[in-house]
Design a protein around this ligand. Structure first.
Ligand SMILES: [Zn+2]
Length: 276
């Protein structure tokens, strides 16, 4: 039954997508190729990436549980998985969760787990806005932004313990240090270049999914109108470049955004799924 509902959703989304095919969106042109993690750092393989993500996600879930509304969780998963299917890592174990927190935030965990808070969802007006935010988070996973930051900081975080041991020994002390470091990153934030890259590539993924490309800019405008002192946005503002700066950076993509601005917003479907 669940599977049928999901396929039906994909059916709807596929026809919307077919109507607005996007052959010309080249994501590679938008990637920061200058960034590189030092060769000396041990490569973290995909199964390890997924396991690290699971461990970090369970700590984050300890801080804020999921909203106990299966219909809402299913809806956000449908939108997120449809977007993830448009990317070059469609086969990761993607899962999306709405956290029961009044603050406005969203974050991605290595390996394909993405959380959005109830507070942010409540401020949104359409599925295109939701897609814009989820696509931004999907890019963090695709580009391994958190994983690379964990890798980069591992030497300091592990204080002498080997990364290899931390990766293999899931119950061990070294592993614990690595996961604690990975979890702390969500209060420190990523590099600004990673955030701006997630914005640039995120709007492309949302457009590929058949959504109005202005979904993410629209959410950024909502955030810009809020008071930075508001406790609901304090962490989001601390860990991300200011909304005005992010909007300014997206201005350079205006031609692309305009080309896909007439795509689906799905405000009614969003309202029906989120506000009941
Ligand atoms: Zn981000």
């Amino acid at each position: 039954m669940k599977k049928i509902a999901f396929l039906m959703f994909l059916g709807v989304a596929t026809s919307a997508h077919a109507q607005f095919r996007l052959p010309s969106l080249d994501i590679n042109k938008l990637v920061d190729t200058v960034k590189n993690v030092g060769k000396a750092v041990q490569e973290i393989q995909e199964p390890e990436e997924i396991e690290i993500g699971q461990d970090v996600a369970s700590r984050l879930l300890g801080a804020a549980p999921l909203v106990p509304n299966p219909g809402l969780q299913r809806y956000v998963n449908h939108v997120g998985r449809w977007l993830a299917a448009q990317t070059e890592r469609p086969d990761l174990p993607w899962r999306f969760g709405v956290l029961d927190a009044p603050q406005l935030n969203a974050f991605a965990v290595p390996g394909g787990t993405i959380f959005i808070t109830r507070g942010l969802l409540e401020r949104m007006k359409s599925e295109a806005e939701l897609a814009g935010v989820l696509a931004h988070e999907i890019v963090h996973v695709l580009q391994k932004h958190h994983l690379k930051a964990i890798q980069k900081g591992a030497k300091t975080a592990l204080a002498g313990d080997a990364l290899g041991a931390a990766l293999k020994d899931r119950g061990g002390a070294a592993r614990d240090k690595l996961i604690a470091f990975g979890t702390e990153m969500y209060s420190r934030g990523l590099d600004k270049s990673d955030e701006l890259e997630a914005d640039r590539l995120g709007v492309v993924i949302a457009a590929r999914g058949g959504y109005d490309a202005y979904g993410l800019p629209s959410v950024l405008q909502t955030l810009q109108a809020m008071n930075a002192e508001d406790s609901g946005v304090a962490l989001m503002f601390k860990t991300h470049p200011a909304p005005a700066e992010r909007l300014g950076a997206l201005d350079r993509m205006q031609a692309t955004l305009d080309a896909y601005a007439s795509q689906a917003q799905l405000a009614d479907r969003f309202a029906a799924s989120v506000r009941k």
